[in-house]
Design a protein around this ligand. Structure first.
Ligand code: MN
Length: 222
């Protein structure tokens, strides 16, 4: 695990500092992606969705996700009754997932400069869409091969109430408002913390043409 002395520096210039609020290894960076870039990223998501449509995957139990899901990258995260995993092709069409767009890679490179993972090179981007009433229960991201690699989330559109807990599901959670253009990095000792989306505030998206919320979560899956 890398040491994380950089966290205090990251928070020092943020307008909504969460220093001392979120656990170590969880870096919340409000407003890091500017409005013009948010629009570019949202359009790139629409292009991806035209080639890899959003679906509501089945959970391994009886339900389905209330968020709709698609992916880009070498592999995509998926769920069905066989469980959670990364798959090399779209389950319904057998087509490959679209490539990660250059605009996504540029944003990741900018976000990760100055962190312990400046050359973080995601091979998968899970894109969740939260429409009215969608949420995501507390979970860990644990389907990747190397937990030394961080998970990087960029939020677009509606504001979400995002929860971060501890290393076990029953640990107390803290919530904060995750807005369009904000970035969350979970790495090092924060990598395996439980997290989820309690609710999304409909109608708060600042992006023209986007109603609802996209979360882009960048992973090194393989
Ligand atoms: Mn997650």
């Amino acid at each position: 695990m890398p040491a994380l002395p950089f966290m205090a520096d990251l928070f020092a210039h943020d307008s909504q500092s969460t220093e001392g609020f979120l656990p170590a290894g969880v870096s919340y960076r409000p407003g890091l992606v500017d409005a013009a870039t948010q629009t570019v990223l949202a359009r790139a998501v629409a292009d991806i969705a035209a080639r890899a449509p959003f679906r509501h995957p089945r959970t391994p139990g009886r339900g389905a996700f209330s968020a709709a899901i698609t992916n880009c990258g070498t592999v995509g995260w998926w769920s069905d009754q066989r469980g959670y995993r990364y798959v090399p092709a779209q389950p319904e069409s057998a087509l490959p997932w679209p490539e990660i767009p250059q605009a996504f890679r540029d944003t990741v490179a900018r976000v990760m400069a100055g962190t312990p993972w400046p050359r973080f090179a995601p091979d998968a981007c899970l894109i969740n869409f939260y429409g009215p009433g969608a949420k995501m229960g507390l979970h860990q991201d644990r389907d990747e091969r190397d937990f030394a690699q961080p998970i990087v989330t960029v939020s677009l559109g509606d504001t979400a109430d995002f929860m971060v807990g501890g290393g076990v599901r029953s640990d107390k959670t803290q919530a904060f408002q995750f807005r369009s253009g904000d970035v969350l990095i979970m790495g090092g000792e924060g990598r395996m913390l439980f997290h989820g989306v309690r609710r999304v505030h409909e109608g708060t998206s600042p992006i023209t043409g986007l109603q609802g919320r996209y979360s882009l979560t960048f992973r090194k899956a393989l």
